[in-house]
Design a protein around this ligand. Structure first.
Ligand code: AMP
Ligand code: MN
Ligand code: MN
Ligand code: MN
Length: 290
C-alpha cells in the first residue's frame, strides 16, 4: 500500500457531532471512491460496530477510529487514534471519563447564552444530539441556526462559541499523555489532528510535537479538510522534520455544513510515509487483502 490510496481516515457520525449515521457515511465514502475508511467520532467509539458492518457490506476496507479531546498548555488539541482494539478496557474507561464533563459544560454554556438573551439553549442543543452523552458545541450551533439567531454554524462559532464569547466555557479534557497512551496501548496509532487549526506559535507547536512523540505518538494529519493547500505543504515538511507518518481525512460532519466531502481531498504527497503502513495488520478487509 502506497500513499496513492484514497484513504479517508477522519469523519463524524450522529454518535458525536455528525448528522449522518454510520451506514450512510459508509455508503457515501464508497460512492466517492474511498478505498480505506475510518469513523472517528469525538471521544466515543460507540459507532464502530455499525460502521465496520456497513463498511463490509459496501466492500470498503475499514479501520477503527476515534478523535480524543485533549488539553495541552491551556488549549484544546485533538488526537486521532486509528487501528486500535475497540474492546480495550483502558481505552473505553478513558473515553468515558473524557466524555463525563460534557453535560455540566453544556449547562454552563446555556447559562452563558441565557445571559446574552438566548433562552432554552441546553434543551435545544440536546434535541440535535444523537447521543446525549456527547453534547457538543456543534449541537448548540445547529440550535442557534434553527432558531435563526445566526445564518450558519460558522457564524454561531464566531459570535457565540469561541473563546471570549457568551457561550464559551473553559474545559479541561484528557492530557496528551493519557490520550496517546490509551490509543497506543490498545494497539493503535496516535495522530495529531489538523495541526494548523491550533494557531500555535513555533515554540508551542514544537512543544506539542516533541511531547507527543515522547509519549509514543507516530502520526500527523497533513491532508485534512481543515488545512489550506499551503498548509498541506508546510505540514508535509513538519511530518518529515519530526519523522512522523502522515494521515489524510476530510473531517466530514454533514452534507449541509461541511466544505470537504468524503474522499475528495488531494492524495498524500508520495514522499511521506502513510499512517496505514503502520497498522496494515489492523485493517478490516471487506474482501481478500490486496
Ligand atoms: P466541542 O468538542 O464540543 O468543543 O465541539 C468541537 C466541534 O465544534 C469541532 O469538532 C467542530 O466540529 C466544531 N467547531 C469547532 N470550531 C468551529 C468553528 N470555528 N466553526 C465551525 N465548527 C467548529
Ligand atoms: Mn466535530
Ligand atoms: Mn477536530
Ligand atoms: Mn473531527
Amino acid at each position: 500500500m502506497t500513499t496513492l490510496l484514497n484513504a479517508d481516515l477522519h469523519c463524524h457520525s450522529v454518535v458525536s457531532d455528525g448528522t449522518l449515521n454510520p451506514e450512510a457515511l459508509a455508503q457515501r465514502a464508497k460512492a466517492n471512491g474511498v478505498e480505506l475508511w475510518a469513523l472517528t467520532d469525538h471521544d466515543e467509539i460507540g459507532g464502530l460496530t455499525r460502521a465496520a458492518a456497513a463498511a463490509k457490506a459496501e466492500g470498503l476496507n475499514f479501520l477503527t477510529g476515534v478523535e480524543i479531546s485533549v488539553t495541552f498548555i491551556g488549549h484544546t488539541v485533538h488526537i486521532v487514534g486509528l487501528g486500535f482494539d475497540a474492546t480495550n478496557e483502558a481505552l473505553i474507561a478513558g473515553l468515558q471519563q473524557t466524555r463525563g464533563g460534557r453535560g455540566q459544560r453544556a449547562k454552563d454554556m446555556a447559562d452563558g447564552l441565557a445571559k446574552a438573551g438566548i433562552m432554552g439553549a441546553y434543551e435545544g442543543a440536546l434535541q440535535f444530539a444523537g447521543n446525549h452523552d456527547l453534547i457538543s458545541r456543534t449541537h448548540f450551533a445547529r440550535f442557534l441556526v434553527e432558531t435563526k439567531v445566526c445564518k450558519d454554524t460558522y457564524e454561531v462559532f464566531r459570535k457565540y462559541l469561541t473563546e471570549g464569547k457568551p457561550g464559551f466555557v473553559e474545559h479541561r479534557w484528557a492530557t496528551l499523555k493519557d490520550a496517546v497512551t490509551w490509543i497506543t496501548q490498545a494497539g493503535g496509532v496516535a495522530i495529531i489532528a489538523h495541526p494548523a487549526r491550533y494557531k500555535f506559535s513555533t515554540n508551542e507547536e514544537y512543544a506539542l510535537f516533541t511531547e507527543f512523540k515522547t509519549h509514543g505518538g507516530q502520526g500527523v494529519e497533513v491532508i485534512t479538510g481543515s488545512h489550506t493547500p499551503a498548509e498541506f505543504l508546510s505540514y508535509a515538511d513538519t511530518a518529515r522534520e519530526f519523522d512522523l507518518a502522515a494521515s489524510r481525512g476530510s473531517d466530514f460532519h454533514s452534507p449541509d455544513e461541511s466544505h470537504t466531502e468524503l474522499g475528495t481531498l488531494p492524495l498524500l504527497p508520495s514522499t511521506l510515509k502513510p499512517v496505514w503502513e503502520l497498522i496494515k495488520d489492523r485493517i478490516q478487509y471487506a474482501g481478500d487483502p490486496t
